[in-house]
Design a protein around this ligand. Sequence first.
Ligand code: FAD
Ligand code: NAP
Length: 576
Amino acid sequence: MGEAMRPAENGTFDAVVIGAGFAGLYMLHRLRELGFRARVYEAGDGVGGTWYWNRYPGPRCDVESLQYSFSFSEELDQEWNWSEKYSPQPEILAYANHVADRFDLRGEIVFNTRVIATTFNEYDDTWLIETDRGDKVSARFCIMAVGCLSAPNRPAFEKMNDFRGPIYHTGEWPHDGVDFTGLRVGVIGTGSSAVQSIPIIAQQALQLTVFQRTATWSVPAWNERLSAESLKEAKAHYPELRAKARARPTGFYFPFNTEPALQASADERAQQYETAWQRGGLPFLGSYGDLLFDKSANDTIAEFARQKIHSIVKDPTTAELLCPRNVFGCKRLCVDTNYFETYNLPHVKLVDVSDTPIERFIRDGIVVGGTEYIVDAVVSATGFAAMTGSYDKIKITGRGGRTLAEKWRAGPRAYLGLASEGFPNLFMITGPGSPSVLASMIQAIEQHVDWLADCVGHMRDVGASSIEPMLADEDAWVAHVNDVSTVSLRSTCSSWYVGANIPGRPRVFMPYIGGFPVYVQKCNEVMNSAYNGFVLKGACSINAPPRMRFTERWQVPLDIEVISPAAVAAKRVPVV
Ligand code: FAD
Ligand code: NAP
């Protein structure tokens, strides 16, 4: 369906899904299993979402591939072979394509087509979906699978148009790659995308200048190839691993120490941190149970990581500049291969733009504090309008002509991050107020999709024409999401979790930080109570218990080794 000149569509569907990343693909699969007529619109010319767009040098997952993958099909788990502990973008994109082919999903996906508006029709409880290719289709359900990190943030620097070289954004990288050989390159930003790309760009570039506004916490990945034996061993226990992952606060499994950091002696802590550093990756934050709750505990891991930076980076001034001063793990922790080591290379320079921001672009460079830095090409690793950026780009009009943008002006409001009052039959996959980016996202996606599939299946069973959250329940959930966030040190810094990376955005902690299984239990309760907190319109057998077609596997207890009931009661749920 990717033809350049295809005619505009005017069809009617049971469901329209917007986006063909992992969320859109899996939603389509479940809708088809239910026998629903579905249409997926995707702006890109292929599936994969994040892994289709982010083709900068060096992208890979930071949750181990054996867990950063779909878990709904044991056959898929057994037949796919990940080559590395953290597999690279081309392999993850190949996996997304494999899923699309294996489950025969392409026929319902229309590529190169961006949804620009979706409007609720109150007379027949359907949505009219309009695209930039002139399509106007209607559907009972409109399902947003638009992604949490899919709307690139492009800060407008003064005189950018004067620059004569190319400016690339990591999140919209040219498909045929970029060769930086012999070029002077400037990278703006030091978040995860920059941390992954800087060491690789440095291998090619003649000169690399990194413009750093906030120093970043990063832990070595110690990435490695997965041997045939280790894959075989992992696959022999795959169902157990998947089950353990579902019971974890992060939706993925790793060894977690629940003890408080300050109860250990300084020597014990140093040993614990060293062991965890040598294991590497996001689990480093699981060295102790209170690192994101107690600032004094956090100071101990921060100091350890700062010492590591000083031990790696030879120039003490550069090392000091690279040492973050904010809470360890407050922004999304980065996972790297040779990031800090790269600053030892003679042609790599770090420019601090924290107090003296980028002033302007010139014909052949960037000016900071009156100094001209000459570059031939710029890489904008400046991230995304996270969580809601792709919603903002669609005119979503609900009941009474109210737009979602109006409703969300002071910050997103959604019941369980799944739906929003005033917008019946509009669903969100990993929407704001759900664990989403704080969990391993493919698990978060699968749980949402399974819940939604059971929900629309139930609506068909009972003849309901619409479902919509009740305002009081939505308000209570939004308040709970806010309350829980204040317990975590994560709420204290200017991260994209709170929208602070972009001037003018409301500052609200958007994902649900109470832990994945706590959230899943709440979703289960809502479903088991025949959708408590939602109004189902037109149902002829309103009290019929919902049939659990897909959500059975999410009925898991909390992993009490990690989350004790007391911890949950005290809202001290460990998070990564
Ligand atoms: P996306 O993959 O973002 O897909 C959304 C799709 O919707 C896109 O293809 C987009 O083109 C399309 N779309 C949006 N708006 C419209 C519209 N109006 N009309 C038509 N189409 C539209 N998460 C992890 O858990 N672990 C990781 O290791 C990890 N690594 C990441 C690395 C990078 C570089 C980035 C940017 C993110 C990473 N993430 C990671 C988060 C990642 O976004 C999710 O894991 C996951 O891929 C999201 O899938 P999705 O389908 O929800 O959204
Ligand atoms: P990001 O974390 O938001 O980082 C953007 C960087 O650009 C920050 O260093 C930011 O500085 C800087 N920046 C933004 N505007 C600027 C300005 N006007 N002037 C100077 N600097 C500016 O974005 P990202 O690196 O693309 O990562 C986003 C998320 O995607 C990650 O947190 C992660 O969840 C996911 N991701 C994961 C991986 C992975 O390892 N698997 C890789 C890439 C992305 P400030 O910090 O000061 O705002």
